[in-house]
Design a protein around this ligand. Structure first.
Ligand SMILES: [Zn+2]
Length: 249
């Protein structure tokens, strides 16, 4: 019997038969997987704690016909302080739902587990607005799944969106139909040619564009190392959600 050794966190648990559970685990090496945790509901089960929602462990698994089975598990982190705080738990539940919906089954290693653990750490320990945490997580997750919006260069003239001339007053635009950035010059040309095109575009604040580019290009471990608030945060959240809906639905 081949055993798989993986690190992973339980992102969903469903009761199964009298004493068993089916858990969804986000792993480092196998993507998202479904596992049977046999006897996990019994008080003396060695899987009692490691098969719980949001417990991060090292698992030894073997593959059955339809599911993986947990052979044994050793807890690494229980996120205890998150678990005992209802507001934090609710936030963690919200990002877990997104992960559960979007992550691919049995995918190769992409850094998604690391992003999720980092997100839980931020929710547990940092006092950041949840809108910022959730939407940073969501945008980075979409990038890791292969959906990266094209914002670094203008999609029409291919020049960098941010010029080195900082004295120039510029506006930035976003093409909703291609999910890409467009510079002011190209935007003006297009609109002058055909006024009807205006509905394809949305002006985007410089701070929002910076924030989105930061999330897209930053290392997973540093993805939360920025702050935006007020209008910029609202726009950032709206953009991420609009982008998410345009890609997924
Ligand atoms: Zn351009």
């Amino acid at each position: 019997m081949k055993l798989f050794k993986v690190k992973g966190i339980v992102i969903k648990e469903v009761q199964y038969k009298e004493n068993d559970k089916i858990v969804t685990i986000m792993t480092d090496k196998l993507g998202k997987i479904s596992c049977i945790a046999k006897g996990a509901k019994k008080n003396n089960s060695p899987l009692l704690s490691t098969s719980q929602f949001l417990v991060y462990s090292e698992f030894l698994l073997y593959k059955g016909t339809n599911f993986y089975h947990i052979n044994s598990a050793e807890m690494i982190e229980s996120f205890y302080n998150l678990r005992i705080d209802y507001d934090k738990l609710e936030r963690a539940f919200d990002v877990s739902k997104l992960l559960n919906k979007l992550a691919y089954e049995e995918d190769e290693e992409t850094g998604i587990l690391s992003l999720f653990l980092n997100t839980l750490y931020i929710i547990e320990n940092k006092d950041k607005p949840f809108d910022l945490v959730r939407n940073t997580f969501l945008l980075k997750l979409l990038c890791l799944l292969g959906y990266t919006p094209r914002l670094y260069k203008c999609s029409v003239c291919n020049e960098k969106m941010f010029s080195d001339d900082t004295n120039k007053v510029v506006k930035y635009y976003y093409d909703r139909t291609t999910n890409s950035a467009v510079c002011q010059e190209c935007y003006n040309k297009i609109i002058n040619n055909n006024k009807m095109e205006i509905r394809k575009y949305k002006e985007i604040l410089e701070g929002t564009l910076y924030a989105m580019l930061y999330v897209i290009s930053s290392d997973i471990k540093k993805v939360f190392n920025f702050d935006i608030k007020g209008k910029t945060l609202n726009e950032f959240s709206d953009f991420v959600n609009e982008y998410y809906l345009s890609q997924i639905i």
